[in-house]
Design a protein around this ligand. Structure first.
Ligand code: ADP
Length: 440
């Protein structure tokens, strides 16, 4: 699809807006709730679809479906809580109100790493507020989007409210940007494309909420519970073969426990089972495509040329295709490219540090600010470090916190705005101040 189909989709979303936005919140909520039910009812098939088109282990894919459905359920409930305000009036014969209204047609551009999850976390709040949506899923994973849209139709969400266009990304993107009928762009993807979309949205002054790349530090202090840190570092690094924006990108280990931790981490990484995502007990599937493998290879080679050492893995897996070995690289310096770029693959660069101040300095020395993790049993340190980290999401002795109720988004060049949670609704709402005069 290209420009013509995108324009058609925008028109159909624009026409559907007048009806959908005028339904009561309870009516929209009921349809969203039905969509949630259908997503859960079909979680096995949707999970298989995700694994087949994206490659992640089936168990992770089904978890993604449940989490996506959880967003739909959460925003079905939040639809009923879009409250306005009555403000103190500056004059005795006037009254002041604040109305919150849906922003209009939303363009949602989503990536391939969570083919269903990223759609749900954008579409559910948009629909809850009364907006209509044109989705452009990644050209690498369009099938989950189509399945989700079909289930939305079956839930009584009327035709035109949710539209999917797939194909030529720049062409579709430009048509969405140029249209004055599209009032908001929500995007998850690379920082480079996000910046282009922000610039393009300026022409028609659209609201924009880009969720961009991360460079997550995972800091382990000498006083940490090493077993808990080990478990969490494996999960945050190797989930989805390292292809999430909150995956650990740099492992910072304090010198007192460095050798002990790296030994334990190496044995655990060596035993991760790499095989196709539909197999039993799979820990890691393939990377998304050849370009992704080449990027990982070049970052690893560059790090080695700068003095880093391969502890585990470090090359393509003998399964061939786009499988890459779970990898640990030690003696990494924060100046190296591998510590500055988002790896998006199963490679853990390890940086050794001495003091708390040094760990904070290294962690913040990046343009990104999405997720960070720290492990310590010292409660004062956990507060100090948590407050000092320039990140939108911080896990303290915890590696996983994706929840529909928790705000998701970053500081610095990791993006603008927040998704999920009660804060996520604001991204799809306009504030109207109403002044009622002549009250006598
Ligand atoms: P990734 O590297 O994770 O694939 P991208 O930013 O390239 O990240 O892709 C995220 C989404 O942005 C995908 O749906 C992709 O098709 C879309 N995209 C890529 N280039 C453009 C563009 N010029 N205009 C609009 N969308 C784009």
């Amino acid at each position: 699809m290209g420009e013509r189909e995108t324009k058609d989709a925008i028109s159909s979303a624009y026409n559907a807006f007048s009806h959908w936005s005028k339904l009561t919140a309870a009516e929209r909520s009921t349809r969203l709730r039905k969509w949630y039910d259908l997503l859960i009812e079909h979680k096995e098939e949707l999970g298989q679809l995700i694994t087949l088109e994206q490659g992640k282990p089936l168990k992770e894919a089904i978890t993604e479906v449940v989490s996506a459905a959880g967003h739909v359920e959460f925003f079905a409930e939040e639809a009923k809580r879009v409250y306005g305000d009555i403000l103190p009036s500056p004059l005795p014969d006037r009254r002041l109100f604040v109305l919150k209204q849906p922003v209009g047609v939303v363009g949602a551009i989503t990536p391939w790493n969570f083919p269903l999850g990223m759609i749900a976390r954008k579409v559910a709040p948009a629909l809850a507020c009364g907006c209509t949506v044109v989705i452009k899923p990644s050209e690498l994973t369009p099938l989950s989007a189509l399945a989700a849209a079909e289930l939305a139709l079956q839930s009584g969400i009327p035709p035109g409210v949710l539209n999917v266009v797939m194909g030529d990304a720049p062409n579709i993107g430009n048509s969405i940007l140029e249209s004055p009928q599209v009032r908001k762009i929500t995007f998850t993807g690379s920082t480079a494309v996000g910046k282009k979309l922000m610039a393009g949205a300026a022409e028609t002054v659209k609201k924009v909420s880009p969720e961009l790349g991360g460079n997550a530090p995972f800091i382990i202090f000498d006083d940490a519970d090493l077993e808990a840190a080990l478990k969490a570092s494996l999960a945050t690094k190797f989930r989805n073969s390292g292809q999430t924006c909150i995956c650990t990108n740099r492992l910072l280990v304090q010198e007192g426990i460095y050798d002990k931790f790296i030994n334990a981490f190496s044995s655990a990484v060596q035993s991760l089972k790499v095989v196709n995502g539909l197999s039993e007990d799979v820990a890691q599937g393939p990377l998304i495509n050849e370009a992704a493998v080449q990027k990982v290879e070049s970052l690893v080679q560059h790090a080695i040329s700068q003095g880093a050492k391969v502890v585990v893995g470090g090359k393509r897996h003998n399964l061939g295709f786009t499988f890459y070995e779970p990898t640990i690289i030690s003696d990494v310096k924060n100046e190296m490219l591998i510590a500055r770029e988002e790896i998006f693959g199963p490679v853990t660069p390890v940086i050794r540090f001495k003091t708390e101040e040094e760990a904070i300095q290294i962690a913040n020395d990046t343009e990104s600010g999405l997720a960070a993790y720290l492990f310590t049993n010292n409660i004062q340190r956990s507060w100090r470090v948590c407050e000092a980290l320039e990140y939108g999401i911080v896990g303290v002795n915890d590696g996983m916190f994706a929840s529909p109720g928790a705000p998701f988004g970053g500081f610095k060049q990791s993006g603008l705005g927040r998704e999920s949670s009660k804060y996520g609704l604001d991204e799809y709402l306009e504030i109207k101040c109403v002044c009622l005069g002549n009250m006598g």
